[in-house]
Ligand binder design. Structure first.
Ligand SMILES: [Fe+2]
Length: 387
């Protein structure tokens, strides 16, 4: 099946929030603003609450999303929503507050059901209106149906999805990303790059997602090094914001594959930032699946301007994977072994991580069959930096 699902309305540019206010007014009577402590005391929140006050829009600020969201954080946000009499949610921040906003909406519709019950299924239901305002260029959560919530007790990252959780409004102003620290900028951009590459090489890809994926890959290869050198380069920041949005639409409709499948367990068990665990796995995991679709990876090589002189498709595909690895290294991403994880603990958890990776369903989107034994082997070989 080839369908395209998108946010109902998206606003872009320096006046995106001001432009969107007439639409925000229609979302409900009182907003729960879901954010983190850093954004919660920033100029962005002042600007937003100033606009909301001007429009007499009521709100309550919940700023307890201190990292990748957990079930406990979702419970707290849910309680504040009820106590404050809110009727819609505005998520503002990186991927974590946006994902948290979606999960709070989910809990509001299913208050007595554990969120873990919804893993692996397309969730139906009526949800409160969602507005998403990203301050990083990464997850693309503002454009997606996905939310990733950590179940800390069971050390698992739950991937939950519902078309009805796609924000009604997405508001993208690159100025909100200008103060994003270097580490966050790198991790989030590499997450978006992984989304685009995996969606393009997924067996669910189709021409519309292909176009968006190629556009996102080209922008990130071109502009991530620029932002790395000059974080205040507004043109590059804006380009990365568009790329993350494009890549978000890609995964909404063509999904992710093996890298995300293997990356989520590392994030859940070792608390490695999502984009960095993706980046450390990119070369090894994708090298394993390129022979399933060498022409797809070869197309990406051509899209970023690599020469095909004298190369067959597989060689060109391998050249693209090398370019991905070089880009990640050039912005400071270490090898998995050098990240500082406890080797004994990592080795002892490979079986669980491989099981969780397969259960997530993501590796099944590759053009090549991937089984648990392959994932086990890959965790070992990537750790040992084998080819
Ligand atoms: Fe991701």
């Amino acid at each position: 099946m080839k369908t395209l699902i998108l946010p109902q309305k998206s606003y872009f540019g320096e006046h995106a929030l001001a432009d969107a206010l007439p639409e925000i007014v229609k979302m409900g009577k009182k907003a729960l603003i879901v954010t983190g402590p850093h954004v919660g005391k920033s100029q962005m929140i002042s600007e937003m609450t100033g606009f909301l006050d001007e429009y007499k829009i009521k709100y309550s600020i919940f700023k307890s999303i201190t990292g990748e969201p957990t079930l406990e954080m979702i419970d707290l946000g849910y309680q504040q929503f009820i106590l404050e009499g809110c009727d819609y949610i505005i998520g503002i921040g990186g991927g974590s507050p946006l994902d948290a906003a979606k999960a709070i909406a989910l809990k509001l519709s299913y208050p007595n059901q554990p969120l873990s019950d919804f893993m692996g299924m397309e969730i139906d239901g009526d949800f409160v209106n969602l507005v998403a305002i990203p301050t990083t260029s990464g997850t693309g959560s503002e454009a997606t149906k996905f939310t990733v919530i950590t179940d800390a007790q069971n050390s698992i990252k739950m991937l939950l999805k519902s078309e009805k959780l796609i924000p009604k409004l997405a508001i993208l102003d690159y100025r909100y990303t200008l103060s994003s620290p270097e580490k966050v900028t790198v991790a989030t951009a590499l997450d978006a790059l992984t989304h685009a590459v995996e969606a393009y090489t997924s067996n669910k890809a189709f021409p519309v997602t292909d176009s968006l994926a190629i556009a996102a890959v080209q922008k990130i290869f071109k502009y991530l090094p620029v932002v790395y050198e000059n974080p205040q380069d507004t043109n590059a920041r804006e380009s990365l914001m568009y790329a993350a949005y494009e890549a978000g639409i890609c995964i909404n409709n063509a999904s992710v594959t093996i890298v995300h499948g293997m990356s989520r367990p590392i994030g859940a068990l070792f608390h490695v930032p999502h984009g960095i665990s993706n980046a450390m796995l990119l070369k090894g995991a994708l090298a394993f699946v390129i022979d399933g679709a060498p022409e797809r990876f070869a197309n990406l090589a051509l899209a970023i301007g690599l020469s095909d002189a004298g190369l067959d498709q597989l060689a060109l595909a391998e050249k693209f994977i090398q370019a991905l690895d070089q880009l990640a290294k050039s912005v400071g991403v270490p090898a998995l072994k050098d990240y500082g994880l406890d080797e004994l603990k990592f080795m002892s958890l490979i079986d669980k991580m491989s099981e969780d990776a397969i259960l997530s369903g993501s590796p099944a989107n590759c053009h090549k069959t991937v089984i648990k034994a392959d994932i086990i082997q890959l965790y070992h070989s990537i750790w040992n930096n084998e080819k």
